[in-house]
Structures are given as C-alpha cells and as structure tokens.
Design a protein. Structure first.
Length: 124
C-alpha cells in the first residue's frame, strides 16, 4: 500500500462554495473520492462534485454518477448552484431555533423537538 505524498488538488471555486454552505448552516465534509463534498442540510444528505465553469467529470466520476443509487448527487460550478441544490439561498441562514432542539444521550442536539400528538395525530 502506498501513501499519497501530495495534497489533493482542489478546484479554486471549492473554498467559496464550502464557506457559503456552512454560512447557511450546512455541515460540510471535504472528500477526495468519489465526490468533493458530503453535505448535510435540514436532515438531508447531498453529494456535490465541484467543477470549474468549463471543467468536466472524469470517466470514473461519470461512472459513479450513473451507478449511484443513494441520495441526491450534483455537479456544481458556483456558490449559487450549490445553495440551490440543497434548497438554500445566500440570504437564508437557517433559523432552526436550536434552543428548542431535543438533546441526545451525549448532550448533542439531535433535531427540532416535535410536539406530542394523541393517537389520532392531533397535537396534545
């Protein structure tokens, strides 16, 4: 097994895209393969491949796009495209009201508190 001794080359437009996604409250993990970004937003997961305006998918990436059977997968070239893919805009910081979120066993917020309902689904 060999080690990659060189840093992965990132597209120049990736940093502003990552910053914009995080600014609207998304969780972003930068990957090397199979795509550039793993994004979580409003309890959904998105895979984003960042390309320069004239960049194209490699043969391996095209194959991955065809075979992928999971969640939403996009190629993005700009901040606006990335935000649109996850259903956000640069002006829409998520107002998730985290102080009302439920807390999991380790003190981590696990999501909005859902009001209790009776057996008919009506709020109590």
């Amino acid at each position: 097994m060999s080690l990659n001794r060189y840093a992965t080359k990132r597209d120049l437009n990736e940093r502003p895209i990552v910053d914009a996604l995080r600014a609207v409250g998304a969780t972003v993990v930068q990957l090397d393969k199979p795509v550039d970004l793993l994004v979580g937003f409003r309890r959904e997961t998105f895979l984003l491949e960042v390309k320069q305006p004239k960049g194209r998918l490699t043969d391996d990436q095209e194959e991955f796009f065809v075979e992928w059977q999971g969640g939403q997968l996009f190629t993005v070239r700009s901040v606006e495209q990335a935000l649109a893919c996850i259903g956000a805009t640069s002006q829409s910081r998520v107002n998730d009201n985290r102080e009302s979120w439920e807390t999991g066993p380790h003190g981590v917020s696990i999501g909005p508190r859902i009001p209790a309902a009776d057996s008919q689904g009506e709020p109590k």
